[in-house]
Design a binder for this molecule. Structure first.
Ligand SMILES: Cc1ncc(COP(=O)(O)O)c(C=O)c1O
Length: 379
């Protein structure tokens, strides 16, 4: 197995602590130095003349949205800037005016806060997906088999968090649309990771810019098909209410908008470094990490998608069966070994997810495997 080459200048673009190896970009992202600089300069501008800054915010948000929509390949009038994926989920579901009897289909790979957003509003039906399902076709069939006559909405991950699986593929979205099911896609990981993040034209799609899009935390997008736009509620009464979607949704009174206004810088940086080049590098690195981890006794790689910068493996049975056990193992790996990875819980035994990013090097994954071996030994 040949180690991929490091991304020239990649590590220097970030100010990550050298105390720990950051192999978990997928959870909270990381902000590159030039984006952090732009963010800071906006904060300084706001501090210097708050009136001038805040009075200009709605128009500047619209301008930032235009740049972001352009990079994502979507219509700026059909997208609103929001603070995170979880908020995007709530707004999408509120637009649908669900009643407690409506069913929302989710899978057991769905993200906790996003599924909880659905459970607050309707009856959630969870489709179990065996993490070892071999391919997209098997996933598609399993989801379709979970539909009932009362399914109104399918709320599906574009890429699942624990298992790094594509679920809401264009083929599945087309099948659901044909059956009259409204599709809401959790694209938290898509911007910056996928070449065509809005593929398949779901009714609603939300994605984080602060994960793979190099934006400051609190930056996300909600994209809405034309038929639903007029029904998306503003999260709070807005001075832009008379302008409707998307301005009323993104201008939520006095708040910190500096992250959202700096967000286009993240996508611009990706474009200037070469989006395809970053994707190829990150995915090769994650694949390298997964191949090394698979050498540890009891670790079983899950089916992988070569486009993605994340890979998942099952841990030996009995480890990380519950969220508390998973969190304890994650913290032990960080504190004792110095590696940040995602440990996910699953009935019977959870798994580990590693990510690849331009600041990572092959040596970090090699070090992880060397350090994990004795820790897992005998568990
Ligand atoms: C698939 C998925 N959806 C939603 C989220 C939640 O993102 P946020 O905390 O920005 O709402 C995450 C975060 O890791 C995720 O992986």
């Amino acid at each position: 197995m040949t180690a991929p080459a490091a991304f020239p200048g990649g590590a220097e673009l970030f100010r990550l602590s050298t105390e720990v190896a950051h192999l978990n970009h997928g959870s909270f992202g990381a902000v590159p130095v030039p984006v952090a600089r732009a963010h800071r300069s906006l904060a300084e501008e706001a501090a210097a003349d708050p009136d001038a800054f805040f009075l200009g915010v709605p128009d500047r948000l619209a301008e930032a949205r235009g740049r972001i929509a352009d990079r994502l390949g979507t219509d700026p009038e059909g997208a609103a800037l929001v603070t995170n994926a979880t908020e995007g989920a709530g707004l999408a579901l509120d637009a649908l005016r669900l009643t407690p009897d409506d069913e929302v289909l989710v899978t057991d790979h769905g993200y906790g806060t996003v599924v909880a957003a659905a459970a607050r509003r309707a009856r959630v039906v969870t489709v179990p997906l065996d993490p070892t399902l071999p391919d997209e076709e098997a996933v598609r069939k399993a989801v379709l088999a979970g539909l009932t006559p009362r399914t109104r909405v399918a709320l599906l991950d574009q890429i699942s968090s624990p298992t790094a699986r594509p679920i809401a593929t264009p083929a599945l979205l087309a099948d659901l649309a044909e059956r009259g099911v409204t599709t809401v896609v959790d694209g938290a990981h898509a911007p910056g990771m996928l070449a065509d993040p809005l593929a398949g034209a779901p009714d609603f799609w939300f994605g984080n810019l602060h994960k793979w899009g190099y934006a400051p935390p609190g930056s996300a997008v909600l994209a809405v098909a034309a038929a639903h736009r007029g029904r998306v509620p503003a999260p709070v009464p807005s001075w832009e209410d008379d302008r409707g979607f998307p301005r009323a949704v993104e201008y939520r009174a006095t708040a910190d908008y500096t992250g959202l206004l700096a967000a286009p810088e993240g996508l611009d940086l990706i474009a200037s470094l070469g989006a395809d080049r970053i994707r190829a590098h990150n995915s090769a690195l994650a694949a390298y990490g997964a191949e090394l981890l698979a050498e540890l006794p009891g670790l079983a790689p899950l089916p992988a998608d070569e486009r993605l910068a994340m890979r998942a493996l099952r841990l030996p049975p009995g480890l990380a069966r519950t969220p508390a056990e998973a969190a304890a193992l994650r913290e032990e790996i960080a504190a004792r070994l110095g590696f940040r990875v995602l440990i996910w819980a699953w009935p019977g035994g959870g798994g580990i997810r590693v990510c690849g990013q331009i600041y990572n090097t092959p040596g970090e994954y090699e070090g992880l495997v060397t350090a994990l071996r004795p820790l897992l030994d005998g568990r």
